[in-house]
Design a protein around this ligand. Structure first.
Ligand SMILES: [Zn+2]
Length: 409
């Protein structure tokens, strides 16, 4: 039995006035999502607990079968893993933004969102900065980057240097507890940030950015300290081989913690222009070598954060076309299970994650069916699986493949 998990990030929504008080899923026409609902079994899925808005990181840990309340240790390590840094298991990871500082004041937290020359500037920082302990620093998508400190006696219990708004000074990084490790980590980070500023401030590549009409990327805003979550791999848990197809660094990082191989598809971007057909083909291709393939679709969440329901509906159409290709390419529906849901709801009117449940469907294999014929919020709430939690998902799927060990005798 082959298992495909598709997560459409932030797909759940709430009634929208310009859609006559329907959600994007209820308003649009998505024949292939509806086919999964009609032929499969549906549910309302709650990522962590009912009403609790989940981050994409904690939601994905739960979706992959582990309790984030017990295992989650911050976002920075996951982000670093996702951009291809290979931290040791004791390392501390941080999220970083290239920002713009003028006269000491943060004027733009994302350096005008232009990634021009950031790879080269990251290399300059790596080669020039010396804080006395090994570190990795790498540019990621957009103006994001990731930093990893590798040493004994470090702690993730430090505050952010990123003030999270503009018009103020960057913050000095402070220890959050009284430990020597937290004090030492804060001091190393402050040294890293100030040395990096020296490197970036008058760098010729920043002069080139300004010439090209971009803002200078002259300051590193550090936040989101994290260490590796203590989760078992899919091989250890279920004896299953697993692969992930995702563009978003955070999701790639979570998948790697669970022992997934990452499959790189150049045309997938995680943005509105992502090539969903390439993603569908990569999913089908990966099924030849892996028991479990997890395919992540990001732009539904981006449209939600942009507060644009028309765009969100267009992105769900793109998802629907991706599902069409996957369904038509699988060799045998009785030997393949597709589960589709989101990691959380992201209502366009909220422009952020919310605590409402997310439609869920499981199709193929030997699944029981129900009377639900549409994949949307009001229909899936009447689904045969009722209300489920994210941690149930891999069990429901692995059970189809007889890969869940019996509990008891
Ligand atoms: Zn998400």
């Amino acid at each position: 039995m082959k298992l495909i998990l598709i997560i459409a990030d932030g797909i759940g929504d709430v009634p929208i006035r310009e859609f006559n008080y329907l959600t994007p899923l209820e308003h649009g026409t998505f024949p292939h999502l509806d086919r999964l609902a009609r032929e499969g079994i549906c549910a309302m899925m709650h990522p962590l607990r009912r009403g609790l808005p989940a981050g994409s990181d904690t939601a994905h840990i739960a979706i992959l079968g582990q309790d984030p309340l017990k295992t989650y240790r911050g976002r920075g390590y996951l982000e670093a893993l996702g951009v291809g840094i290979e931290p040791t298991s004791g390392a501390i990871g941080f999220r970083v933004n290239f920002g713009t500082v003028e006269d000491g004041i943060v004027t733009d937290r994302r350096a005008g969102r232009s990634p021009r020359h950031l790879d080269e500037l990251s290399r300059e920082v790596r080669e020039t900065v010396d804080i006395g302990v090994p570190f990795s620093f790498r540019a990621a998508t957009g103006t994001r980057a990731a930093l990893v400190l590798e040493d004994e006696g470090l702690s993730p219990e430090v505050s952010d240097g990123d003030p999270h708004h503009t018009g103020v000074y960057p913050l000095a990084i402070e220890p959050l507890d009284g430990s020597d490790a937290a004090r030492r980590t804060a001091s190393l980070l402050n040294s890293f940030v100030s040395q990096a500023h020296e490197v970036l401030r008058d760098h010729r590549l920043n002069a080139k950015r300004i010439e090209a009409g971009d803002l200078p990327a002259n300051f590193l805003l550090v936040r989101g300290a994290g260490v590796r979550p203590a989760v078992p791999t899919f091989q250890e848990q279920f004896g299953a081989s697993a692969a992930c197809i995702a563009a978003t660094a955070l999701i790639r990082g979570v998948a790697r913690c669970f022992g997934f191989d990452l499959i790189d598809v150049p045309e997938i971007t995680g943005e509105y222009d992502t090539n969903a057909q390439a993603k569908a083909e990569a999913t089908i291709d990966a099924l030849k070598s892996y028991d479990f393939v997890f395919t992540h679709f990001k732009p539904t969440d981006t449209a939600s954060h942009d507060g644009d329901p028309v765009k969100k509906e267009a992105m769900i159409e793109k998802l629907d076309a991706m599902i069409a290709t996957i369904i038509s390419s699988i060799p045998d529906p009785h030997d393949t299970v597709i589960a589709l849901t989101g990691d959380h709801s992201s209502p366009c009117v909220v422009k952020d994650h919310s605590g409402e449940g997310v439609p869920f469907v499981m199709w193929g294999g030997r699944v029981r069916t129900d009377d639900v014929a549409r994949f949307d919020e009001r229909s899936c709430a009447k689904g045969g699986l009722g209300h489920i939690f994210a941690e149930d998902i891999v069990y429901l799927m692995m059970n189809q493949a007889n890969k869940v060990k019996k509990f008891g005798a």
